[in-house]
Design a protein around this ligand. Sequence first.
Ligand SMILES: [Zn+2]
Length: 230
Amino acid sequence: MVAMQNGRLSGNRGGRKADKDLVRAVALDVLGQHGIERAPVDPLAIAKSLGIVVQSSDKLEGCFSGCLLRAGASFGILYSTGIRNKGYQRFTVAHELGHFSLSDHHRVLFEKGALHRSESGFSSGVWYEQEADLFGVELLIPEFLFHKHRREFATGLDGVKGLAELFQTSLTATGIRYASLCTEAVAVVVSEGDRFCTPSCRGRSYRRWVCSRGSGGRRGSSRARASLEE
Ligand SMILES: [Zn+2]
């Protein structure tokens, strides 16, 4: 199980815990190496400058969103065209860049072959998938850019939507980042049909999510609730 508490991931299936401090440092290093100081961050441009070929594919089966391939010292990234959400496509590329940039992933990912299939989107319980998801968020919505822009938008769901458009990220990833970095009382709830869960729950297909704010927070009586088709 993956649990996000105050922006921290926990859960250690696979033998160790995700090292969020390391992930944040590596993501900031990548941003710094590429001189990125403005939103939106382009993960495809970063991949290209690293010599990584990125291609879309309709051959990724099942729930796999992308994969990282290695051929000798060369790397490639495939992302599924089954993902119709541009923000999620960019997140998938950023997730694979995480596997590439976090060098201790290579030993695990390529233990059994030259191809690693990913199921990005905070649904995996293993440390290296959690770290790649964290890297994707840290890369696409770095904390310094989040705080630079968040006051340009209203607090709450409208702010999440505005920031998702600015950063060109999915509502799910933006909402999770928003909840972890905001100083206000913010909760993110993901729903599917008549079911719902927090982002800490496993979910393969987030068709709809609900953001509610303030129900148990400092302002007490204020509550904003809306649902969105992603
Ligand atoms: Zn992965």
